[in-house]
Design a protein around this ligand. Structure first.
Ligand code: GLA
Length: 677
């Protein structure tokens, strides 16, 4: 897979990655050889090694024990397994905490979070950084030329468990960050609207993190705190990446993401990684699990600018951290794996190789369950690992998408700050309400940052872009003006980057583009609903929110039927420049959403991969310059016949398929289109 490094080096891993987290230090060395042998048997070619091994690698300060890791690196290499070597900095050893208790993180309420679990460190602690730099350097020096080393796995899931630390060291770091951002207190006071509630600052030392306060903390302060905290995790990553890059310039560096993870602005992170990798644990007892996991895959591909990414962790069967932990039914792990590949992944990995026998995760599944190899889980893991090499020809191919949904972490943070018209407005569920019907129509969606160049998309969806800065607003307007098609939903364009209202009538930066002004907003109570009648005579319910819209140039496509604003527009369309902008001033029910997407896809000329596929069938496509591959996934419990209107070679069965394809429940096909076999 081509890995687009930030330096000049390009690394190629010319095979589909298959493997998992490997924690051999939890086991006695007697089984290491068996592990290596079984890895071969299962087609494993990469393991993430040593993620939580700090106390084993450095049992006492500056006393290192690499012998065991040397043995494993050699053993794995001898068995054809490469290593994604981890810096073990997500779990500082007890001696470090004992010597420097100030590295422990502190909550907004002032509670210290103690050693005994993991991720118990403040990202600003100099003592932590010093030790993290040292262990990362030692590892890189020792294994720089080891032939097993294929990738670096920095830390583990930044921002997991604790997204922020509120200790005094963090407070001092926050002040420095603010000085860089604003330069003067005058500017900070202005940006924070600090005249409100007498919050003006006259000395930098007076500024603190938004710790637990009597009531709502200053929203701009909260927003900057989020930005600062996200930047701090990125600084931790960058610090280690710089060390690794210097010592191993050709080895790609990644850190594992957590799908839609609020504390960290993954756009910024992904730009600094050599490749994006993700951990994905959909709850497969949810009938819509594949929609959720599909959305996470699409985010990962988009974060990496459409480059192939790696599914770094998934469960072979069940996790241990939900209230009730559903196991994956037969075929479901395989379906999820092919979904990730169909959505751009060039590697499938698991947490973890062998299910632990001790510790907090001993009831989490592994590629080898406690039961051993005489188990369904192992058989499925082994079968998949032996099947994936059939896909080598599609490595590095891309996933075309005609539609983008705008996604911005700063907007996410701002939208969900306290004291809003409705505190139940959550970005992800709104995004999901647009994503799901597109998923069901087999229309592939990218995610895009609001300031990015959108011109390659036929259609752009903008759910609840509450916070928008000037460059992003200009970019969105430009996209439509130049012929783009766009759907924007309620409570967009409301504040600038400082969480200050954009005056001039909601949604001020988009009024002209949308051809309307929102005169009032009406958040609904829980059971409150309304109905919408469309210009073509349809009727469907809406809920949650109504904008009271005054049309300027726009045309009403649907109007509200009840309440004091009955007859006012709820869904509109406006020609702007060479493009079309739709606005939705409410939350539509699934029927309404379907109707809307029908209109906008028609206007934009967006077509599904194939028009008539049975319910529960997911279609995906990858292509490079010369070939295309169609992924067909049967999520339903029925055998299905899928018309795909072409012919090609199913790479998994080696059979030729023409016009239609039969798939068993949980069946998968990967068809090389046009291929005569
Ligand atoms: C995360 C972590 C792993 C493990 C799994 C369990 O993804 O990275 O170390 O805790 O969750 O699901």
């Amino acid at each position: 897979m081509p890995i687009n490094t930030n330096s000049s080096s390009i690394t190629r891993i010319p095979y589909f990655i298959y493997g998992g987290d490997y924690n051999p230090d939890q086991w006695s060395p007697e089984i290491w050889l068996e592990d290596a042998r079984l890895m071969r048997e299962a087609g494993v070619n990469l393991v993430s090694l040593g993620i939580f091994s700090w106390s084993k690698l450095e049992p006492r300060p500056d006393e290192y024990d690499f012998d065991w890791l040397d043995r494993l690196m050699d053993l794995l290499h001898e068995h054809g397994v490469s290593v994604n070597l981890a810096t073990p900095t997500a779990a500082p050893p007890a001696w470090l905490v004992h010597r420097h208790p100030e590295i422990l993180p502190v909550t907004a309420e002032g509670t210290t979070l103690w050693h005994g679990a993991r991720r118990h460190y403040c990202p600003h602690s100099p003592a932590y950084h010093e030790r993290a730099r040292k262990i990362a350097t030692k590892l890189a020096e020792r294994y720089a030329t080891h032939p097993a080393l294929a990738m670096w796995h920095v830390d583990n899931e930044y921002g997991c468990h604790i997204g922020e630390c509120f200790c005094d060291i963090s407070a001092a770091a926050f002040r420095e960050w603010l000085k860089t951002r604003y330069g003067s207190l005058e500017k900070l006071n202005h940006a924070w609207g600090a005249a409100f509630w007498s919050q003006l600052y006259s000395d930098w030392e007076e500024i603190h993190p938004p710790r637990k306060a009597p009531t709502f903390a200053n929203p701009a302060q909260q927003l900057d705190w989020r930005r600062f905290s996200s930047d701090s995790w990125l600084a931790c990553f960058e610090e280690q990446k710089t060390i690794l890059r210097a010592l191993t310039p050709d080895i790609p560096v990644t850190t594992n993401f957590m799908s839609f993870h609020k504390p960290i602005d993954y756009w910024k992170f992904a730009a600094r990684e050599d490749l994006v990798s993700n951990d994905s644990y959909p709850d497969t007892s949810d009938p819509e699990w594949m929609v959720h996991s599909g959305m996470a895959c699409d985010l990962m591909r988009s974060l990496g600018n459409r480059r192939p990414w790696v599914l770094m962790e998934q469960a072979a069967a069940q996790v241990n951290w939900r209230q009730r932990n559903a196991t994956k039914r037969p075929g479901v792990m395989r379906l999820g794996s092919y979904q990730a590949i169909g959505r751009g992944a060039d590697g499938i990995m698991f947490f973890q190789w062998r299910a632990s026998r001790a510790g907090a995760e001993k009831h989490h599944s592994g590629m080898i369950p406690h039961r051993g190899t005489d188990s369904r889980t192992w058989r499925e893991v082994k079968a998949l690992g032996n099947e994936l090499p059939k896909l080598d020809s599609l490595l590095a191919s891309q996933v075309p998408a005609q539609v983008a949904i705008l996604m911005d972490w700063e907007n996410w943070w701002a939208l969900e700050l306290d004291s809003k018209p409705s505190n139940d407005l959550k970005l992800l569920s709104q995004i999901y309400s647009y994503y799901k019907p597109l998923f069901e129509r087999n229309i592939t969606v990218d995610f895009a940052h609001p300031a990015s160049n959108l011109s390659s998309y036929k259609l752009v969806l903008v759910p609840n872009l509450y916070l928008v800065d000037d460059p992003s607003a200009a970019s969105i307007n430009r996209y439509v003006e130049n012929g783009g098609n766009l759907v924007m939903s309620f409570f967009s364009g409301i504040v600038d980057e400082n969480e200050q209202i954009r005056l001039g009538g909601y949604p001020a930066p988009f009024r002209e583009m949308l051809g309307l002004v929102v005169e009032e907003i009406v958040p609904y109570q829980e059971m409150q609903t309304n109905t919408i009648r469309t210009s073509d005579g349809k009727q469907f319910p809406c809920s949650f929110w109504s904008d009271v819209i005054r049309l300027e140039n726009a045309q009403a496509l649907g109007t509200c039927e009840q309440d004091y604003y009955a007859g006012s527009a709820a869904i509109t369309r406006n020609r702007f420049g060479r493009g079309t902008a739709f606005y939705v001033g409410t939350a539509l029910d699934p029927g309404g959403m379907d109707w809307l997407l029908q209109q906008v896809c028609e206007t934009a000329g967006v077509q599904p991969i194939s028009p008539k596929v049975p319910a529960g069938v997911e279609l995906l496509q990858r292509s490079d310059g010369s070939s295309s591959w169609l992924f067909v996934l049967n999520h339903s419990a029925e055998k299905v016949t899928v018309p795909f209107g072409g012919h090609g070679l199913d790479l998994l069965t080696g059979r030729q398929v023409d016009e239609t394809l039969e798939l068993e429940p949980a069946g998968v096909a990967v068809i090389q289109l046009g291929s005569a076999g």
